[in-house]
Structures are given as structure tokens and as C-alpha cells.
Design a protein around this ligand. Structure first.
Ligand SMILES: [Fe+2]
Length: 366
């Protein structure tokens, strides 16, 4: 059965496309939620064009954003009666903005919805997303990854209608990223594309998008990392297509494990993906050989094994680590990871992992 395609109502891609933001917003107060590096650009390019419109700027969203920041930003939005929320930044800023937009009219605390004590009833404020990294795909998805520092739980806020009303994906914004961010977020995007392709819930539509995404990322990421900014446009496009794919198909065990590991050891998400992807692919191979062979062929590799080698070479060229040694992953962390890895992503993984098998896999990347 084909499921409907869940994507923002409007997706615009291209250099300079961010200039369409103001005209896309409905009349009324607007709350901007941004990463710390985006403040200058917003103040110079956007705020002068708001004219009489009331606004607030919540700037400096933390990585792995804590629930408290969503609360603070929601308060700021309520102060001005915001009718639109603009998320401008990396995945964290967009996820906070997405959460604030949908929870603006809702009673109770953000934690009530994060832990499922209350259900998000529907649509919140108008929501526009402008990504400044090519990787997370948060601008196209209907969930927001948040963290509760009190419990170290990192999981998705879901429910109601959390998709952006408009996503403006402008490669010019990504050009501000330093190379290590291009490497990490790009590897996240590559992981998302590959996990989407191999997902149990993949559809012909999601596979088409995921294959295209993986191709653009695998072929262009290294050059973008080395400073060829034209190549970054392909990486940004690949990230967008991958997000459109996994929004339909879900992900896999890399993402299932990356969330609790990232949460407890504070490993950047893209780095988690880079460490876990080859090992998880080796595990998945016996259960997904046909799809894996198809993907390898699309990417110019003679076999899935050759594709895994190629991914490992890319990881090395991007100067990303091959294990969690520097982050101190130890056996004592396994219980927390096991207790928190059974998310929707894990259910999409093509081959099941028992608790003992997860522990063995973690040993191999420690
Ligand atoms: Fe990811």
C-alpha cells in the first residue's frame, strides 16, 4: 500500500531563495528562533524589512536543545501574540521553532507533550524553516528532537501537524558553515539517505528520493568539505532529498542508537552517525542484501561491501572518528543506551537487534 507523502506545503530550493521569507509570512507578530551564528544575518537582512511588524528574536539555541529553551521561546512568542514562528539555523534551532510553533496555543508544559502526558491537538502558529546546515533535514520533517537534561532522555516530540508551512532551503546560508560542521551534518544526511533506502518502511517514492540523495552526498561531500562551495549546493540538495525520503520511510538502527549515545556522552549527532553507520550496515547486510545491492549499483559500487568501504574512506577523508574512544563509551553506558534506543527508528531497521546484539555492536565501536 502506498502511504501519502508527508512534506511541507511549500518547499523552495535555491541560492537567494531566503528573500521570499517576509512575503510568505501571514500578517501579525513574528517570533524568530535562531542559532547563534545567524543573528547578524537576520538583523541585517530580515529585520529592516519587517517595517512596523512586531517581532522577537530568540537567539543561541543549544545543541540537543533542552525542554527549557522551548519553554522560554514559547513565552517570548506569547508575549507578542506571535502568529508565525521562523526557525533559522541548524537542526536544533529548527526543532525548537517547530516545537514552539505547534505548542504556542497549547496548555500545560512542554514536558507534558514530550513525555506523552498530553497530546498535541493539531496545528499551531504558521511555521517557516530556513536551514543553515546541510544535514539534519529538520526543515522537512514532522518531529522535533529535544532533550530533558533532568533525565538525559533525548527523543522526538511528535503529534498534531508539525510540518513547516514553508521551507526555504538556500545553499547560500550553508556556505557560512565551518568545514567540521559540513562534515558532520553531511554525514548525518548521508546516513539518513542510506537508512531510508534500507528501511523496512521504504516505498518506491522514498527509495527514489533516498537514492538520489545518497548519490549527491557521496559524490560531493568531500569536495564541499575541502572548500569547493559550488559542490556544497549539491550537498544541500542531497540533504533536502534525503529528508524528504526519511520523512516517509523512517530511519534505522544508526539513528535509534545515536540519540541515547549523543545524549549521555554529548557526541555531536553527525559524529555518532559517522561512527555507527559502517558497523550497522555490516550487521544489516544479510537481511537487506537485495536493496543494498541496488543502492550500491546506483552509487557506482560493485557490491554492498565495496559501498561500505567507500563510506569508511569518506569518513576518514572528512576527518571524522571511527569509534567513541575519545568520548569514553564504556560498558556502564550500555544499560542507558539499551533502555532508550527502542524508538521508531529502531523499528525501521531491516534486521532486528536483541539487547545482547546491541551491546556487542557497541563494543565494536567503543
Ligand atoms: Fe540524523
Amino acid at each position: 500500500m502506498m502511504t501519502p507523502v508527508n512534506l511541507p506545503a511549500e518547499i523552495h530550493f535555491g541560492r537567494g531563495i531566503r528573500s521570499r521569507l517576509i512575503q510568505a509570512l501571514p500578517p501579525g507578530p513574528v517570533l524568530f528562533i535562531a542559532g547563534k551564528h545567524s543573528r547578524k544575518r537576520i538583523e541585517e537582512e530580515v529585520i529592516p524589512r519587517l517595517e512596523e511588524r512586531e517581532f522577537r528574536l530568540f537567539c543561541g539555541v543549544s545543541p540537543e536543545p533542552p525542554l527549557e529553551e522551548v519553554e522560554q521561546a514559547r513565552e517570548l512568542g506569547r508575549e507578542i501574540g506571535a502568529v508565525s514562528v521562523v526557525g533559522w539555523g541548524g537542526g536544533s534551532a529548527i526543532d525548537v521553532a517547530k516545537s514552539v510553533a505547534v505548542l504556542l496555543p497549547c496548555p500545560g508544559t512542554v514536558a507534558d507533550y514530550f513525555y506523552g502526558r498530553r497530546t498535541i491537538p493539531g496545528k499551531g502558529a504558521f511555521f517557516a524553516a530556513l536551514p543553515t546546515t546541510a544535514g539534519t533535514g529538520a526543515e522537512l520533517t514532522a518531529n522535533a528532537v529535544l532533550r530533558d537534561p533532568a533525565t538525559d532522555v533525548k527523543q522526538s516530540l511528535r503529534g498534531g501537524d508539525m510540518l513547516a508551512d514553508i521551507a526555504l532551503i538556500d545553499p547560500d546560508l550553508v556556505r557560512d558553515c565551518p568545514p567540521d560542521v559540513i562534515a558532520g551534518s553531511g554525514f548525518d544526511a548521508l546516513t539518513q539517505a542510506i537508512e531510508s533506502f534500507l528501511s523496512r518502511k521504504a516505498t518506491p517514492v522514498s527509495r527514489l528520493l533516498a537514492g538520489q540523495a545518497a548519490e549527491k552526498l557521496l559524490f560531493h561531500l568531500q569536495n564541499a568539505f575541502e572548500g569547493n562551495l559550488e559542490e556544497l549546493d549539491f550537498v544541500t540538495e542531497g540533504s533536502m532529498l534525503g529528508a524528504a525520503a526519511f520523512g516517509q520511510s523512517g530511519l534505522g538502527a544508526v539513528h535509534g542508537l545515536a540519540h541515547p549515545i549523543g545524549s549521555i556522552l554529548h557526541v555531536p549527532h553527525g559524529v555518532c552517525c559517522a561512527i555507527l553507520l559502517p558497523e550497522v550496515l555490516r550487521w544489516n547486510l544479510p537481511a537487506a542484501r537485495d536493496a543494498f545491492t541496488e543502492l550500491a549499483g546506483q552509487l557506482g559500487c560493485a557490491s554492498p561491501e565495496e559501498l561500505i568501504d567507500r563510506i569508511e574512506s569518506l569518513r576518514k577523508m572528512l576527518q571524522l572518528p571511527e569509534n567513541f574512544r575519545r568520548y569514553g563509551l564504556e560498558a556502564r553506558h550500555h544499560a542507558f543506551i539499551l533502555a532508550n534506543c527502542r524508538s521508531g527508528s529502531m523499528k525501521c531497521n531491516p534486521r532486528e537487534l536483541s539487547d545482547a546484539e546491541v551491546s556487542e555492536l557497541l563494543e565494536r565501536v567503543s
